[in-house]
Write a protein that binds this ligand. Sequence first.
Ligand code: PMV
Length: 360
Amino acid sequence: MATTDSLTFADRDGSAAGAARGHTGTGRAHGKAILFGEHAVVYGAPALAIPVPRLPVTATATRLPSAGEGADQISFAIAGPGTGSATPVEADDLRHLVAEFKVRAGVTERVCVDVLIDCAIPRGCGLGSSAACARAAVLALGDLFGRRLDARTVFDLVQVSETAAHGRASGIDAIATGATAPLYFRAGLARELPVAMAGEGFPDAARAGAAHPWEFDGLFVIADSGASGSTKEAVEMLRGAFERDPRTKETFVREVAGLTHAALRDLGEGRVDDLGARLTENHRLLRDIGISTERIDTLVETAIAAGGRGAKISGGGLGGCMVALADDPRRAETIAGRLHEAGAVRTWVVPVGRFASYAH
Ligand code: PMV
């Protein structure tokens, strides 16, 4: 079962629920990018992820007038990036979430609510859109019904939705979409790392109480290849391949775990070049098991040719996004520009450490 350790989320998520029962409730989350360990994390390997505060998600739950008895009446609408208006969605994952929310939060009354989710995260990109929408919706419902949801309950509820959406989910998205610092995740245990980041409500590493904030200074450049990928399909494809050939699985999981552990040490000791080289090595492992695409491989090569310290596919794969590491803001801009020239449809820069407040 998944938990977070004491360093992480309990207070933030718990305090999201107001005590008063109002007419509307709000909840917030954001995107995430996996730096190391996607897919291997499903089989118990560790993973490293960063929140992407530039991709916010806000859910607003509004109580509808309801008279008498009857079935719950719940509607969801999502406004995505670049869409002016919200589109109603019939999402089983979100419906499961509301049913489980009622059980976990002890809501016995008839629920009649509209949930409007304003999601800046493009879908099918490996940036955590489904988990972030679910997290924001859970927090909005908790706020609306005046329930204090602890971090564990929020996690479990998001996982209900994620499992309905993707099948087997490790839980990394459920946590990273609410994290405010880079995150080490393994077997349901998460720890935020003392590396400064900036975003609404983000403490920097020093203010977060870290006695010795890590001095890792870099900028992660994320690029959307423009071709969406299905995490569910990718996870199922690998499950089939690993069942047929368990030795491939063992080797993959062991090698990725080794890279992730080494990357954690690089982060702690500020070794940007080494971390970059490990990103590229993790990309090779993912490419070799069939998770990358030609378009992503081209973007990875482009980022490295433009001076990136390393680059890899990020997230579920079979399309979606890649991430590159730059060692200074000018280089990050150059890499982003070259990625656009090479076909990326969108890029985002996530600065950390002394670059954390760098505006781009
Ligand atoms: O949601 P995505 O596309 O970032 O994928 C999540 C990472 C996987 O390891 C592929 C799946 C999981 O549940 O951990």
